[in-house]
Design a protein around this ligand. Structure first.
Ligand code: MLT
Length: 243
């Protein structure tokens, strides 16, 4: 008899330490615009592993290493001196195949580090179906960790959380005793599937539009690729989860 899984949402990664989690809880990190969408895209195009690092200095140490791509983003912009930035379109090529990707972003890689002592996987709309199946089959408690933006709430990660939760509870009863789950579901329902429109006035969509990279928003909200790969954190590296 499978136990009723407990599900929670942490709306901003800085609040993660306030949550009480069971030892085997699965932490699903999402930074929809764009870090976890980039991670899913990179794995889809054949990258071997992703090393998330918190600082630019930590990332610099990997520059010029063999079979390694070093990518950096701050405030949604690429950083000079690094191989790649944080646009999923940069990873849609065969050059990255079998390479190690070292990635540092403003929020997404920070959220992964915050949760590193738990069983961490990363999610996006690219791998959401595989993630949902894995979570349902796991019989483990779940916490969806929204990266947010520099310590404050963002809409896109929370809508994704609501979308994923809706997918889960449509199939299996879950134990919900977390208002952040309820608000994520309300956001999901109010967006009525048109996330791009719903996010019209959101801070990060406007930020990316201002930088002329709204195509990244359009892709991350409704990707034209789908992947069964679930990145899982092991010894500080995101690897493909062996299912
Ligand atoms: C982040 O990690 O904060 C975001 O992915 C920022 C971005 O690259 O848009």
């Amino acid at each position: 008899m499978s136990k009723t899984q407990n599900i929670q949402v942490c709306l901003v990664s800085d609040l993660f330490s306030n949550y009480t989690l069971s030892k085997n809880c699965i932490v699903v990190v999402v930074d929809l615009l764009r870090a976890t969408s980039v991670i899913s895209t990179a794995f889809h195009y054949g990258v071997k592993e992703v090393i998330p690092v918190s600082t630019l200095d930590a990332a610099k140490k990997y520059l010029n290493k063999l079979n390694t791509i070093v990518a950096a983003e701050r405030n949604a912009e690429s950083i000079d001196g690094f191989d790649y930035g944080n646009s999923p379109f940069q990873y849609m090529n065969n050059d990255i195949k079998d390479k190690t990707l070292v990635l540092t972003t403003t929020n997404g890689t920070k959220a992964i580090q915050i949760a590193k002592d738990y069983h961490v996987i990363t999610a996006s709309f690219i791998n959401i179906d595989a993630v949902a199946k894995y979570l349902l089959d796991s019989d483990r408690d779940i916490l969806i960790l929204c990266s947010g933006w520099k310590g404050v709430f963002n809409l896109e990660d929370s809508i994704f959380a609501g979308h994923l939760i809706n997918q889960l509870i449509s199939i299996k009863e879950m134990n919900i005793n977390c208002d952040s789950v309820l608000v994520s579901l309300e956001l999901f329902k109010n967006a009525k599937g048109d996330y791009f429109q719903f996010l019209a006035n959101s801070a990060h969509r406007k930020r990316l539009k201002h930088l002329n990279i709204e195509k990244d928003t359009i892709f991350c909200l409704n990707p034209d690729i789908s992947s069964k790969i679930i990145p899982v954190l092991k010894n500080g590296k995101l690897e493909k989860l062996n299912l």
